[in-house]
Design a protein around this ligand. Sequence first.
Ligand code: SAH
Length: 245
Amino acid sequence: MISSCKIRYFKNKLLFLAAPILLYFFALNSGLAEGWEENRTRMIDVDLKPRGINSPEVLKAMMNVPRHEFVPENVRGMAYADRPLPIGEGQTISQPFVVAWMSQLLLIEKGMKVLEIGTGSGFQAAILAELEARTFSMEIRPNLARDVNIRLKLLGYEVQVRQGDGYYGWKEHAPFDRIIITAAANHVPLPLLDQLKAGGKLIIPLGNVRYYQNMTLIEKDSDGEFHTSQHGQVRFVPMIGSAQE
Ligand code: SAH
């Protein structure tokens, strides 16, 4: 008798403790815990500015794009955390810092023609569009390409998305002022170097596709010569298709 009372007491106590925790996680996940804008402001102040993102245009773009609209509902509560998140088909949306950092390294100016390889969720493409670049983006996975096309249209972003292997670039719209590759490769696809304008810049996570890569910036000078600089270790999902052959 005494022991069953004790068990009931502990059960009640457990429920008493667990309820607010469960409620908190529910609220966090559904975005009720804080407004999205507050979350974005915190992301800018805590994760971007102190780590060297100082381009006013990039910061403004990161503040304007609703990242929570680019991730599946079950991870929405973490949309503004500085971490990559799953977007289906084993792929991920890059962490906000990496998106901002790549955009900043590219020194994108209004009106530039930019090609992205690896549209994924469309978040990076939306940032490029916010920077007022003429944005073209290629996605190899048909389901992701279909979904992202709808998402970007619904959100009002003018981005041309094409399903296909980005290894060969997008000849009809070449040459590009900037090319951004958001999947890891162990070499730079030659067709992409060809489709880069003289004076243009290309960025790619280059290295061992199973482990780590180096954020590599390649600049093509007016004589068509390439200059490479490396900016630190990153980890991206692998570029598939011809890059793996
Ligand atoms: N930039 C994306 C995240 C990229 S994840 C975002 O903002 O959400 C990498 C993406 O590259 C995946 O969607 C993957 O399907 C795509 N990808 C991989 N290999 C590719 C290829 N050869 N051509 C085009 N897209 C490719």
